[in-house]
Design a binder for this molecule. Sequence first.
Ligand SMILES: N[C@@H]1[C@@H](O)[C@H](O)[C@@H](COP(=O)(O)O)O[C@@H]1O
Length: 246
Amino acid sequence: MTIYVTKNYDEMSKKGAEIIAEFLKVKPAANLGLATGGTPVGMYKELIEMNKKGEISFKEVSAYNLDEYYPIEKTNDQSYDYFMKDNLFNHVDININNTHIPNGMAANCEAEGKAYDELVRATGGVDIQVLGIGGNGHIGFNEPSDIFEPITHQVTLDERTIQDNARFFNSIDEVPTQAITMGIGTIMTAKSILLLASGSGKATILREMLLGKVDPRVPASILQFHKDVKVVLDEEAAAELLSEIK
Ligand SMILES: N[C@@H]1[C@@H](O)[C@H](O)[C@@H](COP(=O)(O)O)O[C@@H]1O
């Protein structure tokens, strides 16, 4: 695992974009695993700029997103489908047919989960998976639990997650209470992982994730067992980590 500590959100975003760009230069037909939330938005902006300047291309890229609220229509501006178009896909040269997000209107979430994992597997697996981290340690929408969920599945969101995500909605009552997410097992099959985190609100969970025991109560702690993880933090997010290892 390599941990990069950058000055602030903008520097974190630039470093994250640099890592993805380097990757795309080596493998233009990469399978990118993508994430939503506030954290990667700055990185997506950087990637859009690089794409506009012709420094990188998404023409051959396939994208697989981590998760989607459930139930939610693609046209809902709170859906992750909408988010990805708004924050990345509509602004780069990616073929939209090569972008994949769990179906928030699936009639059968179990079948949807199986089909999604099969799709990821059949295309050779995710080359580099972008992750944020929830304040409770979730990755994707894998909430703290007694087990590490192996496959893409339906989840009930934690109260903490609903509160954290309420800032994107008009009121907390509008936040969906369910989602479909890649499982921890699905995420762990990615060949490499890029986790981004910013701000003091993430400092405690990052210390637990990186220095604590591997425990499904802190889902992101499983990444200690992955062989190729890059963690890009800003100074605020890294604060407890740095004070611990000094
Ligand atoms: N499902 C997403 C996660 O993929 C994201 O990493 C996390 C943190 O979000 P943020 O980046 O806004 O702090 O919570 C969201 O609900």
